[in-house]
Design a protein around this ligand. Structure first.
Ligand code: ATP
Ligand code: MG
Length: 429
């Protein structure tokens, strides 16, 4: 026996039965973000490793241990993108579309992180993200949050709550970092191992710890929000005000820090309790320093990314996924002449009503066997062409669901008869 090759751990096939839900979600997202004037950008999946090291930060989970990094044939170090922001900024600098402009972008596609696979955490997963460049005020932060909130509403999602925090300016954060480090050092023995390590390399990340003992210590830790510089405080208050006046509920979570180093000021997450430990469906914030950090001219920026798999799992848990949309019409035939005719008729229906979906039975098989296939296809109507139908220019129309009904109509009257069985609503269903 030959060994069968399997997919890579943590990287999943999206099988045909899931395809309808994926396209529906992608289309819904696209409609919502385009309703805010965001333009789609499509970027390479592979970038130079240095791009991620310099943007995400050397001492982050992603860069320390999650990247798929390999040598190109010429010796360059390349990495499968673990997220989309770095690529957007790289592209913006390279093509000069960021400086002195207001740019609103969105993207979607696969991302790669070598994490321990579990529910809601994969090695290849998909994100949809949006980034807004060139706007400094809290109004664009609010816009991005409103956009995600609208998406939840359009999808029908319930129970996703917004958590908000501000990381302040780099200077305020540096001062706070020292203060936090002193505090954590004084309680070192009570911290988990990971946090003890981070305490030296990146103490802010300790705030993000899921360890119960560490979390207990953190209750007494100095708070970042209290260390904010005046301008950041004003920015944050501005955002809170805008959200309140737009009717968006939020919770301020002073421990929210995010796993990437490039954030400043606003950070936010949309969280649900329905997905266990992987409860964040969308996360984002402001990253005013990133463009200059990557060699561009200083440009304020703000964005978010959402996990498509987590969203789909949540939609499924709330029974919000649409059912598979298969063909509504199935065409059967018997005999060589009828088979030719079946192809013509199917094409004519597709031409007139492309939204119906017409599947033609291919291959051999008696009418009885074909009818079984028609039934299993989920179609609502079968069109049957036999010798008699062909000779008389007719077609038999048979309802497959509900009351058994069968009529023979002239081919010229077929479309009207079909629409009687399969009415098309405005959405094309
Ligand atoms: P987490 O704390 O869950 O590891 P993160 O802070 O690493 O998330 P981001 O880099 O902010 O996540 O990515 C944005 C979103 O992408 C997350 O909120 C989540 O919905 C999704 N996501 C991140 N990593 C994965 C993964 N390995 N598998 C599936 N979805 C993911
Ligand atoms: Mg992570």
């Amino acid at each position: 026996m030959v060994d069968r090759i399997q997919s890579i751990r943590g990287m999943h096939d999206i099988l045909p039965e899931a395809g309808a839900a994926w396209s529906w979600l992608e289309t819904t997202i696209r409609r919502v973000v385009e309703g805010y004037g965001y333009q789609q950008i499509r970027l390479p999946i592979v970038e130079k490793t240095e791009l991620f090291a310099r943007s995400i930060g050397e001492v982050t989970d992603i860069v320390e241990k999650e990247m798929y990094t390999f040598g190109d044939r010429n010796g360059d170090s390349l990495t499968l993108r673990p997220e989309g922001t770095a690529g957007c900024v790289r592209s913006g600098i390279e093509h000069g579309f960021l400086h002195n402009q207001m740019v609103r972008l969105w993207y979607t596609g696969p991302m790669f992180r070598h994490e321990r696979p579990q529910k809601g955490r994969y090695r290849q997963f998909h994100q949809m993200g949006a980034e807004a460049f060139g706007m400094e005020g809290p109004d664009v932060d609010a816009e991005l949050i409103l956009m995600t909130s609208r998406l939840w509403r359009v999808l029908g999602l319930q129970g996703v709550r917004l958590e908000l925090n501000s990381l302040g300016s780099a200077e305020a954060r540096a001062a706070y970092r020292d203060e936090l480090q002193d505090f954590l050092r004084s309680r070192r023995d009570e911290l988990d191992e990971d946090s003890r390590r981070r305490l030296e390399s990146n103490p802010l990340r300790v705030l993000d710890s899921k360890d119960p003992g560490t979390r207990e210590v953190l209750r007494e830790a100095p708070q970042l929000l209290e260390a904010l510089d005046d301008a950041s405080r004003e920015h944050f208050e501005g955002l809170c005000e805008l959200l309140s006046s737009a009717g968006i509920e939020y919770v301020i979570n002073p421990r929210l820090v995010r796993g990437l180093d490039y954030y400043s000021r606003t950070v936010f997450e949309w969280v649900t309790d329905e997905l266990g430990a992987q409860g964040t469906v969308c996360a984002g914030g402001r990253y005013d320093a990133l463009v200059s950090q990557l060699g561009g001219r200083e440009t304020p920026a703000c964005g978010f990314a959402m996990g498509i798999e987590r969203l789909l799992t949540l939609l499924e848990a709330q029974s919000l996924l649409p059912t598979l949309a298969g063909p509504r019409v199935y065409v059967l035939s018997q005999g060589a002449a009828a088979r030719r005719e079946a192809l013509h008729i199917a094409e004519a229906v597709r031409e007139a009503r492309p939204e119906l979906g017409v599947q033609v039975h291919c291959g051999e098989g008696g009418l009885k066997a074909q009818m079984k296939r028609a039934d299993r296809s989920g179609a609502e109507v079968a069109l049957i062409l036999g010798e008699q139908e062909v000779a008389e220019g007719m077609v038999t129309v048979r309802a497959l669901r509900g009351e058994a009904q069968q009529t023979m109509v002239a081919q010229t009257a077929l479309l009207a008869e079909l629409l009687r069985h399969c009415p098309i609503d405005q959405e094309g269903h």
